[in-house]
Design a protein. Structure first.
Length: 286
């Protein structure tokens, strides 16, 4: 049988919890480790700066025009791991083939890549999981535009990429991609040099010194009170504990770390202690 104490603790904490939930900065928006959207370390030409919500276009050296619309020698890959959320298709009268993908990278970050050919069926579906090494298809002249290939939407085999934060393509300004900084003027800067669209025939934009898909970082110890495994105890954890205690949700992934009073069970008493810590009443968790 429950005592009234925990229930009163919940009621007394509601207003403060609501304030903390709306005012606290979440760590979920951390920028992913972005790479340029092609395989290997070969340089690609930077052929078009900001257009269509800050999109950038890149082209392999050997893909000069649309006389042969598909470049089978190069592979397009995701800018970061994520989940495919949307698939777009070639314009009529061309076959109904996938040509573009929206990928959710978490924390409000997403990307849109298009002018693809030969998109694997396992990738061209909402919910597909992709990583740095996942092949998305080949750069091409295919598009969603009427006609489905070539001008006006593609004058050469290339890849079109947008990186968005909370749906805004302007988030690419100032972004770090494999050591390159995307400037407000559309220039890509690295090691004191800035490259602009169509400036170089030597294809200087390359995936060098990039975050790799190799071994993942070691999993850090879960902090006390961090029931959602976010890396810190915060008001979100308090809310999750209250919802778990009232059987509204299943226990979160790191539920055991919520036992901050070390009594062997996770209860609203633990939620109240974490709330006091988040509010600054306690300097540290027990």
């Amino acid at each position: 049988m429950r005592t009234r104490g925990p229930a009163l603790a919940i009621a007394a904490a509601v207003a403060l919890l609501a304030f903390l939930l709306t005012s606290q900065t979440s760590s979920a928006g951390t920028q992913p480790a972005f790479r340029w959207p092609w395989a290997g370390t070969d340089g690609w030409r930077y052929t078009r700066a900001f257009h269509v919500d800050y999109a950038l276009d890149f082209q392999p050296q050997i893909a000069p025009n649309c006389g042969d619309p598909v470049d089978l020698t190069h592979t397009v890959r995701p800018v970061a791991p994520g989940t495919v959320t949307q698939v777009s298709y070639r314009g009529a009268p061309q076959p109904h083939e996938p040509v573009g993908l929206v990928i959710d990278h978490g924390g409000g970050w997403s990307s849109y890549v298009t002018h693809l050919a030969n998109v694997p069926s396992a990738v061209a579906t909402a919910g597909a999981q992709v990583g740095y090494e996942t092949g998305l298809g080949n750069p091409s002249c295919y598009s969603q535009c009427a006609g489905g290939v070539g001008p006006p939407c593609a004058t050469g085999r290339h890849v079109h990429i947008q990186i968005r934060k909370d749906g805004a393509g302007s988030a690419i300004v100032g972004l770090q991609v494999c050591g390159w900084t995307v400037g407000a003027d559309g220039g890509l800067s690295r090691n004191g040099k800035t490259h602009y669209e169509k400036e170089s025939a030597t294809a200087p934009i390359a995936n060098t010194s990039c975050p790799g898909p190799a071994s993942p970082p070691a999993t850090p110890a879960v902090p006390r009170g961090d029931v959602d495994c976010s890396g810190r105890a915060d008001s979100i954890d308090v809310l999750l504990l209250l919802q778990t205690d009232s059987a509204k949700i299943a226990p979160p992934a790191c539920h055991a770390s919520g036992d901050v009073d070390s009594d062997g069970v996770v209860t609203v008493i633990d939620a109240a202690i974490i709330l006091q810590y988040v509010a600054g009443v306690l300097g540290a968790l027990p």
